[in-house]
Structures are given as structure tokens and as C-alpha cells.
Design a protein around this ligand. Structure first.
Ligand code: URA
Length: 240
């Protein structure tokens, strides 16, 4: 059971106060009956809620995908530098969204934002080994020996060597490639490249769990996940 104001706020991405106005204006019906009581309780799995003639679907959690540009730090706190939260439109700032994991200030690409703490925890937990793929550029040509070293694990100054990571070199000059890893230590890819005597000159996350960076999403843009993407992500997390 859920309160009607909570349902309306979630389904229409409104603040609780805005939802109160919509309900009090008599624009909402529950199972065909007009309801003006903001505290009305309904079963979100079986009730039909209609606002302004449109049937609503209840979404417990929100998920947004961002194409992070360089120059923004991944933080929800007020900082002296621009943060990824500065890229969110005003109405999304009311939703208690937070980024799932961190990208360095100079790293670009896929960043997931949600208010689902359990899912975020699962996606980040070292126990669950969730894959993340990055496009990277190196200052010096990468070699098959580097790829072998990453598969075996390299020493980046942590207690343990890194877990197996897959490097695919995909340019003729051997300076560009994709790397897939299933852990997320601080500056991990930069430190892995350093461990084989190279420096990352560019890094972009292109995939995280079941999500891939949508080609139509411009740098700095954010969009809500589609219902299909949400279902796949939630199922992915159940099965991991
Ligand atoms: N590894 C890094 O070094 N930086 C990132 O932002 C992500 C992974």
C-alpha cells in the first residue's frame, strides 16, 4: 500500500507539494473514483490511477543515464569545482538521485544515477564483479604483453593484484583500445596502465552492467532509462 501523494509525485516526477496540488484540484481518479484526499492509501500493484485522463504507472525507483563530460567531478556534495549534479535539470535535483560509482574528473561517458540504494550497492560491491568497459587511449603503443598482464592481474600498490581484465587493442598504432574490468579501485585503469609503463591520455566509459552508452546521448546530456532498460538492469542485478 502506498499514499496517493507519494504515488502521484513518483509517477509524474513532481515534488510532494506539487502532487498535493494536483490531487486537491480533483484531477486524479483511483479505480475510476475521484480522490482528493492526499493521504488516500492504494495498492500500487493493482489500482488504476488516472490523472488528467491519462493512466499512470507507478515506478518505485528512478534511473537516469548521463554522458559525463570531462571537467566535472562525481559528487553529490557542494564542491568548489563543477559536479555532475550541476548537469541535472532542476526537476531531477529534487529526486535524491546519486551517481552509481565514480568517474574521474577527466573521464567521460556512461554514468548511472538512481535513488535505488540497494541496486547501487549490488552494482558496486566487489563481491558481484559487475563488468565495466572503457575506451582508452595510451601515450605509448600497448602490446599483447600488456593484455596478458591485465588478464593475469597487475600490482597497482593494493593488497592484492587486480582481478582479470580484458584489454582489446583496436587501432593500428596500438594506442587505442577497450578494457573491461569487474572492479573499481580509485584511478584503477590509470594505475593499471602505469603498472605496464604507460599513461592513459583519454578515458571514456562505454558500458556498465547491462547498459551501454547511447550513441544519441550528447556529452553532458541525461535521459531516463526506458522501461525495457530498467527491467534488464533490475533483472541483471537479481541474477548477478
Ligand atoms: N579508472 C580510472 O582510472 N578512472 C576512471 O574514471 C575510471 C576507471
Amino acid at each position: 500500500m502506498i499514499r496517493l501523494d507519494k504515488y502521484i509525485a513518483s509517477a509524474l516526477t513532481l515534488t510532494r507539494k506539487e502532487a498535493h496540488t494536483v490531487i486537491r484540484q480533483g484531477r486524479v481518479t483511483v479505480d475510476s473514483k475521484p480522490v482528493r484526499d492526499i493521504g488516500f492509501k492504494l495498492d500500487e500493484t493493482s489500482s488504476t490511477v488516472v490523472c488528467d485522463g491519462v493512466a499512470l504507472t507507478f515506478q518505485k525507483f528512478r534511473y537516469y543515464i548521463m554522458n559525463k563530460p570531462a571537467g566535472y567531478i562525481t559528487s553529490t556534495e557542494e564542491e568548489r569545482e563543477p559536479t555532475v549534479m550541476d548537469l541535472l535539470p532542476e526537476r531531477l535535483l529534487k529526486m535524491n538521485l546519486f551517481p552509481v560509482g565514480r568517474l574521474d574528473k577527466d573521464t567521460e561517458g556512461l554514468l548511472l544515477l538512481t535513488d535505488n540504494g540497494v541496486l547501487a550497492h549490488r552494482m558496486l560491491s566487489p563481491k558481484h564483479h559487475v563488468d565495466k568497459t572503457y575506451y582508452l587511449e595510451s601515450d605509448i603503443p600497448m602490446t599483447d604483453d600488456d593484455a596478458d598482464a591485465f588478464l593475469k592481474g597487475v600490482d597497482i600498490g593494493e593488497k592484492n593484484i587486480t582481478l582479470p581484465a580484458r584489454l582489446v587493442i583496436d587501432s593500428e598504432d596500438n594506442r587505442r583500445g577497450h578494457i573491461t574490468l569487474c572492479e573499481g579501485k580509485f584511478h584503477q585503469i590509470k594505475r593499471m596502465l602505469n603498472a605496464v609503463g604507460k599513461n592513459v591520455t583519454y578515458l571514456e566509459r562505454v558500458a556498465f552492467a547491462s547498459l551501454t552508452l547511447p550513441s544519441e546521448l550528447e556529452r553532458g546530456e541525461v535521459r531516463e532509462l526506458t522501461p525495457e532498460e530498467i527491467e534488464t538492469l533490475e533483472n541483471f542485478n537479481k541474477s548477478e
